[in-house]
Every structure is written in C-alpha cells, then in structure tokens.
Design a protein around this ligand. Structure first.
Ligand code: SIN
Ligand code: FE
Length: 291
C-alpha cells in the first residue's frame, strides 16, 4: 500500500479514464492519501483578502452547510460575509464535482456533509489534547456518531504566500486498532441512551462509535506513541488538493494556514470492499457485531 498516490494534471471538472477511477478508489479504500498536485482552487483578490484569521469568531474554522447554503463561525457581516459564503459554496461545488468524477462507484451512496475554510495557523494554536489535531489521530467526533459510515475529506491548500500544510501520517488502521483496542473499556450500560437524552450526541452512540472515539482519544493522549509514529512530515504546497478517509488514515496537521475542506459520508454499502472499513476491522478484532 502506498501512503500517497499522486494524480498529476487533474482539473476540477475533467473526465478520468476508467483505470484511473478504479485505481484511485481502491487506493483510497486501502488507506492512501490521493494527492492532486497542481489542482489549485482559484480565488479573486477580493476573496483572498478574507484569508485572514480576523474573520473567525470563537470557532477554529468557518463552516458551510451545503443544504442550507449558510456559513457559521465568522464574525463578518454584510458584503464580507456574502463573499465568504460564496467562495466556500464554490469550493463545496467543485469538491462535489471532483468526487463524482474521480470516484463514480460512490455516486449512488455518497452523502455531502459540511465544508470549512481554515484561515488560522495551526502551529502553536492552543487547544486541549483532545482537540489538538497536531497529534496523530483517526477522526471520530463525540457529538456525531457515524454508525459505521465512512468519513471522506477533500482538502485544498490555498495559502497565498507559498506556505505548505505540513501533515504527519501514522500507521495503518489495523495496526492502530491492534495496539489500542485491548486497552479500551466497553461502554457503560445505558450510556448511549443517556448521552442521546442529554443531547450530547446527535444520534445514538453505537459500540462502534464508542470504540472509534476511544481510539481517537487513546492515540492523542499517548505521548510515547506520538513520538514514535508518523515522524516523516509531508509538506503539501499551495495549489494541491488531497482526499482521504480520515476515519481510518492516521493523520496530524502540524502547521499551515488557509485551507478549504469538504466532508463526505459514505455508507459502508457504498465501498468497493467493506472488509477495509474500520467497522469490519474492529468487528474482526473483537469477534462480534459492533452496530
Ligand atoms: C485534521 O483533520 O485533523 C486537520 C486537517 C487539517 O486541517 O489540515
Ligand atoms: Fe483529523
């Protein structure tokens, strides 16, 4: 398995040959990062002026919800807010188009989720260890159980000053699971219902979601592990777009500023090979159903 698979000279709305589509899809499911060097997202000078952390409120990103066409997390109002909305909406559309063209196998099942603009420098940002994305982790979110759906994210570095986004990539999901799963406690009986009742989760937290969150926390809180895995930084220069399953690919973002991101959810049934999903891997390791 290659950590990074590159597709050169891609454009946002091209047709890809069937062999490229097949190879990209199976590499994605194997846990590779699909990197499209030179696939830049064009912005007007007026839009670039808003690549500035001053647009943020308390949140670390400006979020965009495609189905309501609304932004959140910015202090901007009026014309500036409209410019921000329009530019993230345009990125979201472009990302959706590229997903459809590069991974047509997913078209019937893929769900479009939120997008974001990330104008803050990551290096040196203060946060709790749990929210610290400079530590290698797999994505799992306390309030958002996935019930086994996969998380795919498409990023684009739009830094106007040539600054790369620096990532670390850790070990394959099965190795992460073998290492940390034995140390995780099972959920307390009734806890999923209680969390839902208290509105601390948006859906019932299944056993699968419990263990994914456990892996996320165990990875981030183990400093010895952090010092051991993913020591080779990956420098991603501006004008690069990349796509990966962030629920299975161990990743960390060490530094960088100004990036777009679009999230997709893929139901397990949409995968070429469900055996490569975190759900099936965890079920194999525990020997029972987790949903
Ligand atoms: C993350 O998903 O952990 C952060 C990725 C990034 O902002 O580059
Ligand atoms: Fe992450």
């Amino acid at each position: 398995m290659k950590t990074i698979v590159q597709i050169h000279q891609a454009t946002w709305d091209q047709r890809f040959p069937a062999d490229i589509q097949r190879e990209a899809t199976s590499a994605l499911e194997d846990g590779s990062v699909i990197m499209l060097p030179g696939l830049a997202f064009a912005m007007t000078p007026e839009e670039q002026k808003l690549l500035d952390p001053r647009i943020l409120g308390k949140a670390k990103n400006v979020s965009y919800t495609p189905w309501t066409d609304k932004v959140g997390g910015t202090v901007c109002t009026g014309a500036e807010a409209e410019t921000i909305r329009a530019v993230i909406a345009r990125y979201s559309k472009a990302a959706q188009g590229l997903m459809r063209k590069l991974f047509p196998h997913y078209n019937d099942t893929l769900k479009v989720q939120r997008a974001s603009l990330r104008p803050a420098e990551i290096a040196g940002r203060k946060s709790s260890w749990r929210k610290d994305d400079t530590r290698v982790h797999v994505d799992a979110f306390p309030t958002l159980p996935t019930h086994g759906d996969r998380i795919i994210r498409m990023f684009c570095n739009v830094n106007p000053h040539g600054k790369p986004r620096v990532w670390r990539l850790g070990e394959p999901f099965e190795d992460v699971a073998r290492h940390f799963l034995p140390g995780l406690k099972p959920p307390l009986p009734g806890s999923a219902r209680l969390l839902r009742l208290l509105r601390l989760t948006k859906k019932l937290r299944t056993e699968y979601d419990h263990y994914m969150l456990g892996l996320h926390d165990a990875m981030k809180s183990d400093l010895g592990y952090q010092g051991r895995v993913g020591q080779t930084p990956v420098e991603i220069i501006p004008g690069t777009t990349w796509i990966t399953f962030t629920d299975s690919v161990s990743h960390a973002a060490l530094s960088g500023q100004h990036q777009f991101e679009q999230t997709f959810a893929l139901p397990l049934s949409g995968m070429l090979d469900t055996g490569k999903s975190p759900l099936r891997i965890l079920e194999r390791l525990t020997g029972r159903a987790l949903i």
